[in-house]
Design a protein around this ligand. Structure first.
Ligand SMILES: Nc1ncnc2c1ncn2[C@@H]1O[C@H](COP(=O)(O)OP(=O)(O)OP(=O)(O)O)[C@@H](O)[C@H]1O
Length: 468
């Protein structure tokens, strides 16, 4: 056999074994594989298809009027060499993720690019292309080659370790742990001193950054989802994060305490009936008035402006199954539900400055539960929507703020446990998945930090308040 034939056989052998080894190599060395193979291939595909995509998805702008005179006929049409907006693909900072920027041409709006996101994902053969616009005249494309929420690297079992690694990296960079995932330091809003205790790591976002529930920026949250979609797991994650911190936790669980009773050692109060809820919320409203007086005395506008020595702890009120609160049949029950509703709205309205935060969870929050629930929903700026069993819940959770997120919530499948659409402090929505936190882990944590349970005087004085 001649040497050139031998060489050709050698090349063929290397190519074939490379083909067979590719899946294993990409799994074993994901970052290196992404830099050497994945990203260059995607980059080429994006560059090669961009002009055509832009034309087919109406993302081009005509140079002229688009009409001309042919003889005595006026002909209207699309120019073949219409202007194509400039696409800049950035070097990747994360495996399987690419960001790109498009400069808008005069007459274009981000909405046209949002609509074309699905076509881009198909043309580039990637999991998803998320289009956002944070700066006038520019849209940002976040291209996810795979679904990070189903990534083995961030699978529920190893998510804790993954987050710890990110946290260590953030600390090494000198930033506050809660700041990672928020872009450069310059982008980060300055938090009131001490308010970082209200930043809770929940899991991972679809852009592969940690999912942080930032109650300092968005004080109140609504969490919805069908049964078995991951609401309790999410609350577990919140409690495990908050238990070691100087934060008072108050529970309202009208499923007879089924869900929140395990947290009892670390709860400053737990209400399991509507009557108890009235008592607990009344106590909290009195506490609110006391704090208001305290701020007035010191001449400050928020508890975060008080000196650390006299600053009261923030209170996080967790309500599980909000529909139970409103589904009263008798007259007395309805009166109690109305009372609870008014007090929750009051806590929400004044809570941010005075350190009261609501986390309200339920399978549904539809308008048929009454006006109270709609008024309460309006106060809950943060929204998390898991898989839903009826379109109405997705619309109620996200439709008023992010109508375009409703379809994404309805697309979550039963197999995607813990996956949710969440809003963030920057006014965006995205998919995210909470870390899987077992009940045993929560029980262990609340027992370990039971001694940190702050005593809230207004609630301690109450008789029959279900105090833990
Ligand atoms: N992030 C997650 N990762 C993996 N599995 C999860 C996750 N979240 C939930 N699960 C799984 O889904 C199951 C149901 O979750 P969970 O109890 O949180 O649902 P739920 O919405 O609270 O349901 P219900 O309203 O009936 O209480 C859990 O037992 C767990 O096995």
């Amino acid at each position: 056999m001649s040497s050139s034939a031998l060489f050709l056989w050698g090349v063929l052998l290397v190519a074939v074994s490379g083909l067979f080894a590719a899946p294993a190599l990409s799994r074993r060395f994901p970052r290196m594989w992404w830099c050497v193979v994945g990203f260059p291939v995607l980059w080429l595909r994006m560059r090669r298809t961009w002009r055509r995509l832009a034309r087919e998805c109406d993302l081009t702008v005509m140079r002229g009027s688009g009409s001309a005179l042919v003889g005595r006929l006026a002909v209207k049409g699309r120019e073949l060499d219409a202007l194509v907006p400039h696409l800049v693909v950035r070097l990747p900072r994360k495996a399987r993720r690419v960001s790109a920027t498009v400069r808008l041409l005069a007459g274009q709006t981000p909405a046209e690019f949002v609509k074309a996101g699905e076509a881009m994902a198909h043309a580039w053969r990637v999991h998803a292309v998320r289009v956002t616009s944070r700066e006038r005249g520019r849209v940002d494309l976040l291209v996810s080659a795979t679904d990070p929420l189903m990534d083995p690297e961030v699978a529920p079992s190893s998510l804790g370790a993954y987050l710890a690694r990110l946290k260590a990296a953030a600390v090494a960079r000198g930033g506050l742990w809660g700041r990672f995932g928020q872009g450069s330091k310059a982008d980060v809003p300055v938090l009131p001193e001490g308010a970082s205790v209200l930043m809770v790591r929940l899991g991972v976002r679809e852009d592969a950054w940690p999912w942080v529930l930032d109650m300092a920026a968005v004080p109140h949250w609504l969490i919805t989802g069908a049964t078995g979609s991951g609401k309790s797991n999410l609350i577990n994650a919140v409690v495990v994060e908050l238990a070691p911190r100087p934060v008072a936790l108050v529970g309202v669980d009208l499923k007879g305490g089924l869900e929140l009773a395990p947290y009892r050692p670390r709860l400053s109060a737990l209400a399991t009936t509507r009557a108890e809820t009235v008592g607990v919320l009344d106590g909290l409203c009195k506490l609110l008035d006391t704090r208001m007086g305290q701020c007035r005395e010191w001449g400050v506008r928020s508890i975060w402006d008080l000196p650390a020595l006299v600053r009261p702890v923030p209170v996080v009120v967790i309500v599980d199954e909000v529909a139970e609160l409103y589904l009263a049949v008798d007259k007395a029950g309805k009166a109690e539900a109305a009372q609870c509703s008014v007090m929750l709205i009051r806590l929400a309205q004044l809570g941010r400055a005075l350190g009261f935060h609501l986390i309200i969870a339920g399978q549904r929050v539809s308008a048929d539960l009454g006006d109270g629930v709609t008024a309460l929903r309006a106060q809950l700026g943060g929204r998390i929507c898991h898989r839903v069993s009826d379109p109405g819940t997705a619309v109620m959770t996200l439709g008023d703020l992010y109508p375009e997120a409703v379809d994404a919530a309805q697309a979550i499948t039963p197999g995607e446990k813990g996956v949710a659409i969440t809003t963030d402090a920057e006014g965006m929505w995205l998919r995210a998945r909470a870390v899987y936190t077992t009940s045993a882990a929560v029980v262990e944590t609340v027992e370990q930090f039971a001694h940190l349970r702050p005593s809230l005087p207004m609630l301690d004085q109450m008789a029959g308040g279900g105090l833990g």
